[in-house]
Design a protein around this ligand. Structure first.
Ligand SMILES: [Zn+2]
Ligand SMILES: [Zn+2]
Length: 252
């Protein structure tokens, strides 16, 4: 097959899968359930797309939350002042409101893995994220095996693969951490209780290799208090990781 033919075949296959995918998952907006026209994102309609809050600098150095209004050299937001981060820096792509929240919910709770296509597009359009990820070892926050069996997948692993693909060659995914304690859902707990629950929730995977010369970027769906990411960063640091950063898709 000539290169031109191969390209044509790839295009035709892509179109085929796209059409088949549309039959299986009609292009319905995750936020308003309206139909999505051809053009922009595949699962957020043109009416809802402007409601996506893509993060722009200046941002908190630790969680990536944008600073609004007048900024006078602040580097940490009010939420991060008490965190005592075990990682160096954090970035995030969208704020968890409207369609941004709907995309994460679709991925996490409704098995809507097809939204990863839109998430990839949003990662690419968030200023600075792709450059920030490039060349790093992306480490998804692990789920406890029982939770992963229930859900059928780990959304953070899917996000890490999506982020690595967006960042291109030189960026890879590794999973040196495992979750050893299935902590109860943390959303309703205060920071201190979360930290206490998470203290021993993660451990280094047997035989995992953490290299002090690599840059590690922990990947999670959402930054909330940072406690989970902090617990994972501690594991990498204790294993000899020197450069540990954080990127989440959303901040809520
Ligand atoms: Zn919509
Ligand atoms: Zn912050």
């Amino acid at each position: 097959m000539t290169p031109a033919n191969a390209m044509q075949t790839r295009r035709a296959l892509k179109q085929f899968w796209r059409t088949t995918g549309d039959l299986l998952f009609p292009p319905v907006c995750v936020h308003c359930a309206g139909l999505v026209e051809e053009g922009g994102l595949r699962h957020v309609c043109a009416k809802c797309a402007p409601l996506l809050f893509i993060v722009q600098p200046p941002c908190c150095q630790i969680c990536g939350h944008p600073f609004f209004g007048d900024v006078h050299g602040e580097r940490w937001c009010v939420h991060c002042v008490e965190l005592d981060p075990m990682f160096r820096e954090g970035r995030t792509c969208v704020l968890l409101k409207g369609p941004g929240r709907a995309l994460i919910h679709a991925l996490k709770y409704h098995r809507a893995l097809h939204v990863l296509e839109d998430i990839a597009a949003l990662v690419r359009s968030t200023p600075g994220i792709v450059d920030y990820l490039r060349g790093a070892v992306l480490v998804p926050v692990p789920l406890h095996p029982r939770k992963e069996r229930e859900r059928g997948y780990n959304q953070s692993r899917l996000l890490a693969a999506t982020f690595a693909a967006a960042a291109g060659p030189g960026t890879r995914v590794a999973e040196p951490i495992r979750r050893v304690i299935d902590t109860p859902t943390q959303t309703a707990l205060d920071r201190r209780t979360r930290q206490e629950n998470l203290k021993n929730a993660f451990a280094l995977r047997k035989g995992a290799d953490v290299n002090s010369a690599e840059r590690y970027v922990l990947i999670d769906d959402v930054f909330t208090t940072g406690s989970t990411l902090n617990a994972c960063a501690s594991v990498l640091r204790r294993a000899g990781g020197v450069s540990v950063d954080v990127v989440t898709f959303g901040h809520g």
